[in-house]
Design a protein around this ligand. Structure first.
Ligand SMILES: Nc1nc2c(ncn2[C@@H]2O[C@H](COP(=O)(O)OP(=O)(O)OP(=O)(O)O)[C@@H](O)[C@H]2O)c(=O)[nH]1
Ligand SMILES: C=C(OP(=O)(O)O)C(=O)O
Length: 232
């Protein structure tokens, strides 16, 4: 467990265990390769660290479990305050999330559990608070990604089965499974996932965290077109 100082949740609010999956940076964010070139690994790591740092600043997040098979990156994530979990059973995203959620519930049996993707570099802690507070009204709920196709946050209230269906058109998969779409609430930064150069431009305009800003500056120095002009 980290000894990092955490914001204090107001009395009466529900605390969440947040499970955040992170692929090894060397293979993750492959769709950014055409735009980030040699900076892709650095950028993928920077976005994950900014996402996790912002989530840990949300007072509703009691514990953040980062799931990664990458030991070097695990040490960095532990350094910013995450509880690091190994990627088991190494059977893809939803299996890793189920593993993380089981562990979260073994640590906090009555707790609420959510899964959030690690590619939200403009995440605002107060907007995550808004989303998690809205989620407390429903057994299961989710936040669609900015494109309205995927999902960035999936939430299961205390005692409710945690059954994430991330991957591809997961908005529809979560709706089909009976999860409630948390819209419309002002949570632009929770929806702003980054898969492409165009997404990166949008996130930069919203305001990314310091690690991502530094990675973009390094890309700009190297003459990367997205970092310099925002074109994809
Ligand atoms: N621990 C873990 N995290 C995963 C796994 N698959 C995906 N993720 C994470 O889940 C989120 C969404 O992943 P994807 O969209 O599949 O992959 P990506 O790395 O974001 O991007 P692409 O390589 O361009 O598909 C990211 O935070 C990934 O790091 C997995 O098998 N294990
Ligand atoms: C896995 C997902 O996200 P993406 O592939 O867009 O990162 C998803 O939206 O379910």
């Amino acid at each position: 467990m980290s000894t990092h100082e955490r914001p204090v949740a107001p009395a009466g609010s529900i605390g969440w265990s947040l499970v955040v999956p992170v692929k090894p940076a060397a293979v993750g964010k492959s769709r950014l390769a055409p735009f980030a070139g040699g900076h892709r690994t650095e950028l993928a790591q920077a976005m994950a660290i900014d996402t996790i740092t912002a989530a840990l600043a949300c007072p509703r997040v009691v514990e953040l479990l980062a799931i990664t098979p990458d030991p070097e990156f695990a040490a960095i994530l532990a350094g910013v305050g995450a509880v690091v979990v190994t990627d088991e059973p190494a059977a893809g995203l939803n299996a890793a999330l189920l593993h993380g959620a089981r562990l979260a519930r073994s640590r906090r049996p009555e707790g609420a559990v959510a899964a959030m993707l690690a590619d939200l570099p403009a995440l605002r802690p107060n907007e995550l608070t808004t989303a998690l507070d809205a989620a407390t009204a429903w057994p299961t709920s989710f936040v669609p990604d900015a494109a309205g196709v995927g999902t960035t946050l999936y939430c299961a209230s205390p005692g409710v089965e945690f059954a994430p269906r991330f991957g591809g058109p997961s908005r529809l998969a979560h709706l089909d499974a009976g999860a409630v779409e948390l819209m419309p609430v002002p949570i632009t930064s929770v929806r702003r996932d980054v898969d492409t150069g165009a997404d990166l431009h949008q996130a930069r305009d919203l305001g990314v965290g310091p690690r991502t800003r530094a990675a973009l500056a390094a890309m700009a120095r190297a003459g990367d077109p997205v970092a310099e002009t925002g074109t994809s």
